[in-house]
Write a protein that binds this ligand. Structure first.
Ligand SMILES: Cc1cc2nc3c(=O)[nH]c(=O)nc-3n(C[C@H](O)[C@H](O)[C@H](O)COP(=O)(O)OP(=O)(O)OC[C@H]3O[C@@H](n4cnc5c(N)ncnc54)[C@H](O)[C@@H]3O)c2cc1C
Length: 453
């Protein structure tokens, strides 16, 4: 146990130890099944706080975790009997509309980012909900509704300020520490603590979303139509095929609380343009048909998941999506826990996701489809059922898998999955890791082991 007053007295922010009031609130993460208990949480208010906390933990020989949005399903932002560097206080967002850039603190969440960009009709790819951290999501790649046009979140990075394991503040960009910059495009939290990100923004004059729902037995027909539509869709159209429980909203009518097959479709453009793009789906007469113009920041929080649930997810990249694969997907949708906020998602990649592959550590970006079972439930008695469902949903589709996965969409599935996830980029990542974190201080997110000298 450290002498915490030494650190507390030096911080611009505050320190919460296990014995302090408010510890549980500060510790709680999105996945309520994670009960990992650190010794203390340093609520950093400045870059210097990050350096002081890091130095303190290293001198005391304590394990370290870095926390932003707290959305890692495996609880990678907590560490047992160690110190958490809590970045949530570094959440400023500064937009330069003329340069079309935004500089954001390493602990901001996407809601803060999107709301700051919206008045300027500018945006960048974030996740599909507003509560995830910019830090964890971007460093791990960052998949979102408009990725087929704007690229992944990491593709829009112009520079990152980062505190290394040695406590040095460095900038990574195309011109400064370019290898580190490359590694921060998908290499996750393996290389240090990102205190600030600068993003390129894209003009977004209009934005629209469609939520289409059918009783789940229509799933196979909808799935085929959705796949064929996405194969030819313009880059401005995004969206996913989903099994979900009809949400408790008046417009959902009789499908409220029932298992549904659906499509969530988005467009960089008006609702009228979206209607034209998704006409083949509308022709299947959805029981719920909500198609509307919406400000981007509002769209981003439309399907925010309830906090406080237990969750487990997995994912698989699919190389192909024949009818047989869609039937397996739909059968997994029928097995999903319902009613519950769980979702079984199928997402299209391609377009800018693959066009930008060259500049990024994130491998396997040429996978055309991603399947993502996302299990959420309330009762610990359902833990085994929820986990088995997510694993089996992926296992059933393995015949069509590329053999790799998108690491942001999985928890701890073992070292082999990490190596497969980074694919051919693993050796270069390991060499960069050896330069910036030779002692493997940052080891909780899908870990890249430092290459041996
Ligand atoms: C409801 C929900 C929806 C999601 N939707 C999407 C989605 O649409 N697209 C997508 O790509 N992913 C999505 N994810 C997955 C998400 O991107 C990852 O779980 C990501 O790690 C979360 O980042 P965070 O900052 O919220 O998490 P945290 O749990 O705070 O951090 C996770 C890890 O990220 C690293 N990290 C975080 N911040 C920093 C920082 N400032 N510097 C260095 N390392 C840092 C650390 O290694 C940390 O252990 C979703 C997750 C949830 C729970």
């Amino acid at each position: 146990m450290g002498n915490w007053d030494q650190l507390r007295d030096r911080l611009d922010g505050s320190l919460v130890t296990r014995d302090d009031e408010g510890f549980e609130e500060a510790r709680a993460v999105f996945n309520s099944a994670i009960l990992t208990s650190p010794l203390a949480i340093a609520r950093c208010a400045s870059v210097e706080d990050v350096r002081r906390s890091l130095r303190y933990a290293r001198d005391a020989g304590l394990p370290l975790a870095v926390r932003s949005g707290g959305h890692s399903v495996a609880g990678a932002s907590l560490v047992a009997d160690g110190l958490v560097i809590d970045m949530r206080g570094l959440n400023s967002v500064t937009v330069d509309p003329a340069a079309r850039t935004a500089t954001v603190g390493g602990g901001a969440i996407w809601a803060e980012f999107d709301r700051a960009c919206q008045p300027h009709a500018l945006a960048a790819t974030g996740g599909r909900v507003s509560t995830t951290g910019v830090g964890g999501l971007t460093l791990g790649g960052g998949s979102g509704w408009f990725e087929r046009k704007m690229g992944l979140a990491c593709d829009n990075l112009l520079s990152v300020d980062l505190v290394t394991a040695a406590g040095e503040l460095v900038t990574a960009s195309d011109t400064e520490n370019p290898d580190l910059f490359w590694a921060l495009h998908g290499g996750g939290g393996n290389f240090g603590v990102a205190t600030s990100f600068t993003f390129r923004l894209h003009p977004l004059a209009a934005c629209s979303i469609a939520l289409l729902l059918w009783p789940s037995e229509h799933g196979p027909a909808i799935a085929r139509r959705w796949r064929d539509l996405m194969l030819d869709a313009p880059d401005e159209v995004g969206g996913g095929l989903a099994y979900l429980t009809g949400p408790p909203e008046d417009f959902v009518g009789e499908l409220m609380g029932k298992r549904c097959a659906g499509a969530i479709m988005t467009r960089m453009g008006t609702a009228e343009e979206l209607r034209t793009a998704i006409a083949p789906l509308l022709a299947l007469s959805p029981q719920v048909e909500l198609v509307m113009d919406i400000p981007y920041a509002d769209m981003q929080c439309m399907i925010d998941d309830p906090p406080g649930m237990r969750n487990y997810w997995s994912a698989e990249y699919l190389a192909d999506l024949p009818d047989a694969a869609l039937d397996v997907f739909c059968a997994a949708g029928e097995d999903m826990m319902s009613p519950s906020p769980s979702q079984l998602l199928l997402l299209p990649w391609g377009s800018a996701v693959v066009r930008n592959a060259g500049m990024s550590a994130m491998a396997n970006r040429d996978a055309p489809w991603v399947v993502h079972p996302f299990g959420l439930w309330e009762d610990a008695a359902d833990d085994e059922r929820g986990r088995v469902w997510a694993r089996e949903a992926c296992a059933g589709l393995r015949e069509w898998s590329t053999g790799a996965t998108y690491l942001n969409f999985i928890g701890d599935e073992g070292a082999d999955r990490v190596v497969a996830g980074f694919g051919a980029h693993y050796p270069k990542l390991a060499a960069i890791k050896a330069l910036y974190d030779p002692d493997n201080v940052f080891n909780l997110w899908h870990n890249v082991q430092p290459a041996m000298a």
